[in-house]
Design a protein around this ligand. Structure first.
Ligand code: DON
Length: 557
């Protein structure tokens, strides 16, 4: 459904409003797409609160950033309500279908069948995004769901101009998409890559969103859309049942919290590993004065903290509804002090020296995040995903819904290596109805004077990106700085520091290698961080979008 219209960029300007209020309060929104940010302000203009705005931004991203998230995926919404200090995590992570089993991606010799958990209908888990939107709207919003979904429905109907980022992601998955006529009919132009700034219209998706707007969760999880999805998925080799859709439920979870040098950290609890790994790394680092150490030692210490925290991700983390996770221990400061005692400022500890049984897990390269805060401090950090760009690449004809390939976030086979090199644990084995472990890290950072809301896409690197941003916040810098921090990453296995081109100076590369680190430059700049900040004293707001992406950060005034 692509039409070439090179002037369409004007649409972005027309839809965009900078004058917006929630209950008369100023609001800051940063999201991965200008139209999604505009959708949030449109709903605030209609009298919505920040939670209604979050519904509007999430749904708009599902339309205007179909590479990263959507109704066929899931995610996490971290909420804070200022009047009573209430905080919660809406866990709308996808679940394994009830017919899923441990060996579903293995051949008869017990080896992983390449791509089976990534491409096509069998890679798709039961979506949580529609249920998350309905829940967020009904429980925390002020406006009817249909009002908050209206901008997204309009974008799907009238179309929007695709940008460079979209095309870049499409190129990654174009060969896969060509295999699925219903997907190709939406996103390709007669089987070929569309021209930049072509108009993408998604009438089927508009219809599915309208069903959701009119009928709430039944609009997606039962009735004609659900019938189509189940039939279409099964015809294409998947294993969904009506029961899978009917029984899907979001979970509300207590966010994890920690302290780092006077900063309160609030972040995603399992089924995401994000908050625990972030806080554990910060706990390890709290024993050092990173402002006073030289840059090489500083980066070495951060790397060593990442190594140890990601190692525990491997060993202990998975869906808390299925396994016991030693959350208290992992977040305990004395436990972190124990890990710190194995850390030498002059020398890297090879990952293989850390104990525990390992297994391998893969992760994707696309997702989305947005951050919202009003001047009272009401706020939402949301990271949403369909995993790889365009998820599984599979759309059931007539629904417009791109199905996720989030099943790949499970460990398909204990001990197996794979292309991405992220190591998973037995805790994250496939089981019917279980949520696969995520790295999504929607986060609040709070001091006596400031509140920050931030997060990013980026697969396993999400957590290290949020960690680097949190350390930059601790230095006293603002959102423009956090989103631009040059990035480096260590995830325990493979035992290597991956860094963005230019993120490390020659002297740092040499100095880190001298301490025993292996280093590798990343193939491309990664992440798309979206961040907002409230200064509590004068209620001033600021916001920033990562320049690596095409997002828009706005303070409504
Ligand atoms: O849940 C996760 O950790 C992954 N599915 C997220 C994938 C992702 O962020 C890819 N983004 N660039």
């Amino acid at each position: 459904m692509l039409k070439k219209r090179y002037t369409a960029i004007i649409l972005i300007v027309v839809f965009f409003s900078t004058q917006a209020y929630a209950d008369g309060h100023k609001v800051a929104i940063a999201s991965a797409h200008p139209l999604a940010t505009a959708a949030g302000f449109e709903i605030l203009d209609k009298g919505g609160n920040v939670f209604d705005a979050a519904v509007a931004v999430s749904a708009a991203l599902a339309v205007v950033e179909p590479t990263g998230s959507g109704l066929g995926g899931g995610g996490y919404w971290l909420l804070h309500r200022e009047k009573d200090g209430f905080e919660t995590l809406i866990d709308g992570r996808e679940k394994a279908p009830l017919a899923a089993h441990k060996a579903m991606y293995l051949d008869k010799d017990g080896q992983v069948i390449p791509k089976l958990s990534l491409d096509g209908a069998l890679a798709a888990a039961i979506p949580g995004m529609p249920a998350g939107l309905v829940h967020l709207s009904e429980k925390y919003g002020k406006l009817p769901l249909a009002t908050s979904l209206a901008p997204a429905i309009r974008y799907a109907q009238t179309g929007y101009a695709i940008g460079d980022r979209y095309l870049k992601m499409l190129k990654v998955r174009v060969e896969l998409i060509k295999q699925y006529p219903a997907t190709a009919a939406i996103f390709l132009d007669n089987g070929k890559l569309p021209q930049p700034y072509s108009i993408l219209r998604q009438p089927d998706l508009a219809h599915t969103l309208t069903q959701l707007a009119n009928s709430g969760r039944d609009g997606f999880y039962s009735g004609c859309i659900a019938d189509k999805l189940v039939k279409g998925v099964n015809k294409a080799g998947g294993i969904w049942t009506k029961e899978d859709l009917e029984t899907y439920q979001i979970a509300e979870r207590k966010p994890v919290t920690g302290q780092y040098k006077g900063i309160k950290i609030t972040s995603a609890s399992p089924s995401s590993s994000g908050g625990i790994v972030l806080i554990e790394a910060l706990n390890i680092l709290s024993g050092y004065d990173l402002q006073k150490t030289d840059e090489i030692t500083r980066k070495h210490l951060i790397t060593e903290a990442m190594r140890r925290a990601y190692h525990d991700r491997t060993l202990y983390l998975g869906d808390a509804d299925f396994i016991d996770i030693p959350v208290k221990r992992l977040l305990n400061e004395d436990y972190a002090a124990g890990l710190r005692s194995s850390l030498r400022p002059d020398k890297a500890l090879p990952s293989e020296m850390l104990s525990g049984e390992l297994e391998q897990q893969r992760e994707g390269t696309n997702t989305t995040h947005f951050s919202i805060i009003d001047e009272e401090g009401n706020r939402v950090a949301a990271t949403l995903s369909i995993n790889f760009p365009f998820g599984s690449g599979f759309v059931v004809a007539g629904t417009g819904v791109v199905l996720n390939d989030e099943m790949d976030d499970f460990s398909s086979l204990p001990g197996a290596m794979n292309g991405y090199g992220l190591v998973g644990g037995v805790a994250n084995a496939i089981a019917p109805g279980k949520r696969m472990l995520s790295s999504m890290t929607p986060t609040f950072l709070e001091t006596d004077t400031q509140v920050a809301v931030l997060g990013t896409p980026g697969g396993s690197r999400i957590i290290s990106m949020v960690l680097l941003a949190a350390l930059d916040f601790a230095k006293g810098n603002g959102p423009e700085s956090w989103v631009q921090v040059p990035r480096f990453h260590h995830q325990f296995m493979p035992d290597v520091i991956e860094y963005e081109k230019g993120a490390l100076s020659d002297a740092e590369i040499t100095g880190l290698a001298a301490k025993g680190h292996q280093l590798k430059v990343a193939r491309y700049a990664y992440g798309d961080m979206q961040a907002v900040l409230l200064n509590k004293a004068n209620k001033s707001l600021s916001a920033a979008s990562d320049k690596r992406g095409e997002g828009r950060a706005v303070v409504g005034h």
